[in-house]
Design a protein around this ligand. Structure first.
Ligand code: ADP
Length: 512
């Protein structure tokens, strides 16, 4: 382990997030002996991250714009509670350069990259330009924003149709449109710019080659901010709906050892080009012929980081904290290996039959699978009301086994044992995905859902084990209803966890 003179040990860290990722970070900090401060909106006063942290500070009303996106209130909460650093998780302010700068200006440590790195990587056009300069392969296309349809047509004719119009400030799978002929270009450019301006307050749109039937491969990196970078191998995230990931795995079934070496080397080159600090993910698109191109870099902890943790044994939250404490990278590249296979299933409150539309409601009953090779990163418990204000991801189920076939077998068992009543959710979708030949043989692409999943024909099927489990869960649900312990909220301070916290903790420990 490298120790510089400027290294220190944090005594207390504030986690500027909610849901499963806030819980995950709090767990990691606690294992390091670091005190934890949660922040929460009024509607989240009994959320799991609030119950899990040592201290919790209310930062405003339910809408994220009035709470989790209020950087000044979060910084004030850190100062009030004596936290020395802020971990931003993912989403919310995690990739917001001005927030990172404000945290540092307040004398606190931001557990993540510098504001400068975020400014370069947060914008798809500027990161493309930086990667072209660094010699990293990027998807063929423009280096500048395009406003004139005639220019966009000229570019498309040069690189060949189909092309993708992409918002430079886009994210979350939004702000993209495929154009297959010159006749579609003018309207598509107008619409994409309009959407980009409305959603991201930046209407810069560029043109890139649309890769048909690709795979999404990304590489986890860690950098010390002084030019040292290591990678923790790849994740494959090609099972997506609306360009957003739902199942991830590591290793990727699509990489040969030689291709793995090349793609991981390109990721290290990407992170070195910006002297990357902290944990980051370099995303690539892999064409059917084996050519790969840089898509973007996510300058934060990624939702799907657990699959990397399971196959490498590295605790990424701990690694991030050690880097932020000035202790540098704690691993040498030559010591890192991929061991076994991990699959992650994102549990969303959403309805696969209704084009994966988000759903809300109370978690009426919850039976969490256990056993060898099972990990659940969760933000819910029985009795918790899933709010409408935030991302509908409830939890992530991760399974690990010695190889891919065994991991799939284990995942089938585990999904069959997972019982959740309340909001409509996508567990049956995951069970369905595992049975598809294209998933089983690893040949699936980013079109897996659109090619194989038909909502009109969607009838979640349950096997015998699941039916038994369902009967057991129904009995449990009835028993819980008779014995409901969650009282109505106490009168008085809306924000105080007080009795709620105690009641909810009792509920969590007593129900099963
Ligand atoms: P976002 O920042 O919104 O996540 P990305 O650039 O990371 O956008 O792309 C998200 C997904 O969109 C990719 O995983 C892939 O499925 C699809 N995609 C993006 N660029 C291309 C491309 N050039 N060709 C084909 N698919 C693409």
């Amino acid at each position: 382990m490298e120790n510089s003179d400027s290294s220190r040990q944090f005594r207390k860290v504030l986690v500027a997030n909610r849901g499963e990722i806030a819980v995950r970070i709090i767990q990691g900090l606690r294992e390091m002996g670091i005190g934890t401060v949660a922040v929460y909106s009024e509607i989240d006063r009994t959320a799991l991250h609030v119950l899990t942290a040592d201290e919790a500070v209310c930062i405003g009303p339910a809408p994220a714009a009035e709470s989790y996106l209020k950087g000044d209130r979060i910084i004030a909460a850190a100062l009030e509670t004596g936290a020395e650093a802020i971990h931003p998780g993912y989403g919310f302010l995690s990739e917001n350069g001005p927030f990172s700068a404000a945290v540092e200006a307040a004398g606190l440590v931001f557990i993540g990259p510098t504001a400068e790195t975020m400014a370069i990587m947060g914008d798809k056009l500027s990161s493309r330009r930086r990667m072209i300069a660094a010699g990293v392969p990027v998807v063929p296309g423009t280096e500048e924003a395009v406003t004139d349809p005639a220019e966009a047509v000229a570019v498309a004719e040069r690189i060949g149709y189909p092309v993708l119009l992409k918002a430079s400030a886009g994210g979350g799978g939004k702000g993209m449109r495929v154009v297959r002929s010159s006749g579609e270009m003018a309207a598509a450019l107008r619409q994409t710019r309009g959407e980009a301006g409305a959603s991201f307050a930046n209407d810069a749109v560029f043109v890139e080659k649309y890769i048909e039937s690709p795979k999404h491969i990304e590489v986890q990196v860690l950098g010390d901010g002084r030019g040292e970078v290591i990678h923790l191998f790849e994740r494959e995230c090609s099972v997506q709906r609306r360009h957003q990931k739902v199942i991830e795995e590591s290793p990727s079934p699509s990489l040969t050892p030689a291709l793995r070496d090349r793609i991981c080397a390109a990721a290290v080159q990407t992170a070195r080009a910006v002297s990357y600090r902290g944990a980051g993910t370099v995303e690539f698109i892999l064409a059917p012929g084996g050519e790969f191109f840089f898509l973007e870099m996510n300058t934060r902890l990624q939702v799907e980081h657990p699959v990397t943790e399971m196959v490498t044994g590295v605790d990424l939250v701990r690694a991030m904290v050690l880097i932020a404490q000035g202790q540098g990278l704690c691993y040498r590249q030559e010591d890192l290996r991929q061991h076994g296979w991990a699959l992650e299933f994102r549990l969303y409150a959403e309805d696969p039959a209704r084009n994966f539309a988000p759903s809300i409601g109370r978690i009426e009953s919850l039976t969490v699978p256990q056993g060898p090779g099972v990990r659940l990163d969760t933000g819910i418990y029985e009795g918790f009301d899933v709010p409408i204000h935030y991302d509908p991801m409830l939890a992530k189920l991760i399974v690990w086994a010695e190889n891919r076939d065994l991991a799939i077998d284990r995942a089938r068992r585990v999904l069959g044992e997972f019982i959740l009543h309340g909001p409509v959710h996508n567990l049956p979708f995951h069970a369905w995905a595992l049975e598809q030949p294209a998933f089983r043989d690893g040949s699936y692409t980013t079109h897996f859902v659109s090619e194989h999943f038909d909502p009109a024909d969607w009838q979640p099927r349950l096997d015998a084990g699941q039916t038994d489990a369902l009967i057991a869960a129904t009995a449990l649900f009835e028993a819980n209803r008779r014995d409901a312990r969650l009282a109505t909220p106490p009168a008085g301070d809306e924000c105080a966890p007080g009795n709620w916290r105690l009641n909810a903790l009792r509920q969590m420990t007593n129900t099963k």
